[in-house]
Ligand binder design. Structure first.
Ligand code: GDG
Length: 475
């Protein structure tokens, strides 16, 4: 494989804090050489294009700082208040502001301008996620003729929903600057094709693997991201995981533990999950005091109002349910607003009889896979999984639920609690095989192999002036 230039909004730090995805991208960069480029998360008074280079775990990272206005309009604005809700089917929350769209375009151009001198002739460029949709086109405009791939980590919304975005057509047209576009599932890929066909008049090949618009052909691939299953199973066997397992088990004093681990985000269906649990407690008084729900929900995107609202709503709901049902020695919901180290999470998953993964909409959902990977093969827990998570297309042996229905959630909780060991093992074995087979390295290979196979027959790069503002310094 050629050298890889990975471009994403943020550059994930390596080391113990890194998730499976970051670990895999780092592994690819280590193996093939290359650079991971993105926003540092930091601010600057005036954007200069100054790049900070670092070496992390033998991988070269390059980050830039952004201006306050960039962060407000591009990150808190278009990415988190326009695209995120829209792509998760929440047009009721999506905000369509020209200033956001303008900031998004500006920052993508700044990314393109700044990364340009780092791209060498034979490199493959891999752009990640919805923050950077137009980046391929911005790079082409600056004369980049390298292979450029894009992977979308979130769902692709249905055509009519996407059409609520004022610049939807222009945005999708720009995607034809890429050589390859990857989605987690066939469903998201099909929605993309539907838009191309119906709104842009493009064509899709009979086998559904390419989309053509004018003289541009874009390859399409559905490849679900996985986790590093081996690493996760090792984490679950680590000393910290074992201590955490014991602590959590002891604290449940013989009760079955249900666990949810999600960023505090309205797409994750936390409110609906709490309501489903409340229904379960009401409908099954005999099960009260037999169960405890542990919800770990580290806050995210706190600068955005809808995220502040969900936090308040959940605090109210947890308070109400605990107020109604708690006794001297039992509290039905333990709601924790902080993040834990991954090895501790592995211990928590293993200690939990039920894994609750019930997003209203999710591109994939890695927690579902982590929960399965952390289980004890001799006594595995049960996964309750939303039909609307991309993961449901792979994990059919979970108890699949409609997360909007409190009754279905309640029924699923009961079914999971009484499920015999043999059935738990059967379901878990099937899911575990797939989690191991289609792991994060599998995903990486699928995508990069497809990208490598994209032929580039464009004219040689136009000569472009190096950015005058982009003084590249190392620090
Ligand atoms: C996007 C898409 C897609 C959570 N709490 C803690 C913690 N986490 C980790 C989990 C998991 C990750 O965060 C969350 O991944 P998800 O896949 O569930 O969701 P998003 O963050 O929304 O990710 C999603 C993904 O991209 C990859 O393509 O699957 O659909 O929305 O790894 O374990 N990690 C630690 N402490 C916590 O408290 N250390």
């Amino acid at each position: 494989m050629s050298r890889l230039i990975v471009i994403s909004n943020r550059v994930s730090a390596g080391g113990g804090a890194a998730g499976g995805l970051a670990v895999a991208l780092m592994a690819a960069l280590r193996e093939n050489g290359g650079i991971w480029f993105g926003w540092s998360g930091g601010r600057t008074d005036q954007f200069t294009g100054h790049i900070n280079f670092h070496i992390e775990d033998d991988v070269r990272t390059a980050t830039i700082d952004l201006e306050d206005q960039d962060i407000e309009e591009y990150y808190n604005g278009y990415a988190n208040r326009t695209l995120w809700p829209l792509f998760h089917y929440r047009i009721d929350l999506a905000e369509y502001e020209r200033s956001f769209a303008g900031g998004y375009r500006r920052v993508n151009e700044r990314f393109a301008e700044t990364v340009l001198p780092l791209i060498e002739a034979e490199d493959s460029v891999w752009v990640q996620d919805y923050h950077m949709l137009p980046l391929g086109a911005d790079l082409r405009e600056r004369g980049v003729t390298n292979r450029i791939g894009f992977f979308l980590h979130i769902p692709w919304p249905p055509r009519k929903l996407l059409m609520t975005l004022p610049e939807a057509r222009e945005m999708v047209e720009m995607l034809f600057a890429y050589d390859l576009m990857g989605f987690h599932t066939q469903e998201w890929l099909d929605s993309f094709c539907d838009f191309v066909r119906e709104e842009l008049g493009g064509t899709i090949s009979d086998d559904g693997t390419t989309a053509t618009l004018g003289d541009r052909t874009l390859k399409l691939i559905a490849c679900p991201v996985g986790i590093d299953a081996r690493e996760f199973a090792d984490l679950a066997a680590s000393g910290t995981a074992r201590t955490t397992f014991r602590r959590v088990k002891d604290s449940a004093v013989g009760r079955a533990l249900m666990v949810g681990v999600d960023r505090l985000d309205y797409s994750k269906g936390l409110e609906e999950r709490f309501l489903g649990y409340e229904r379960f407690l009401t409908e099954h008084p005999e099960e009260r005091k037999e169960v405890v729900l542990l919800q770990i929900a580290p806050p995210s995107r706190g600068a955005v109002e809808s995220y502040q609202r969900i936090r308040t709503t959940l605090e109210g709901l947890a308070g109400r349910i605990n107020g109604a049902y708690a006794g001297l020695d039992w509290v039905p919901i333990r709601y924790v607003n902080q993040a834990y180290a991954r090895d501790m999470l592995a211990g928590v998953y293993r200690a939990s009889r039920i894994g609750l993964v019930t997003p209203l909409m999710d591109g994939m959902n890695l927690v579902a896979k982590e929960y399965i990977a952390a289980q004890d093969p001799a006594d595995p827990g049960v996964l309750i999984l939303s039909r609307f998570a991309g993961a449901a297309s792979q994990m059919k042996e979970a108890i699949l639920v409609n997360p909007h229905s409190a009754e279905e959630l309640s029924d699923a909780m009961l079914q999971a609690l009484v499920m015999p060991l043999e059935e738990r093992k059967r379901r878990w074995t099937i899911m575990m095989e797939d989690v191991q087979k289609r792991d994060v390295m599998w995903w990486l290979n699928e995508f990069t192999t497809a990208l490598d196979a994209c032929g580039r027959d464009e004219p040689s790069p136009k000569v472009v002036a190096l950015p005058t503002k982009g003084a590249v310094k190392t620090s």
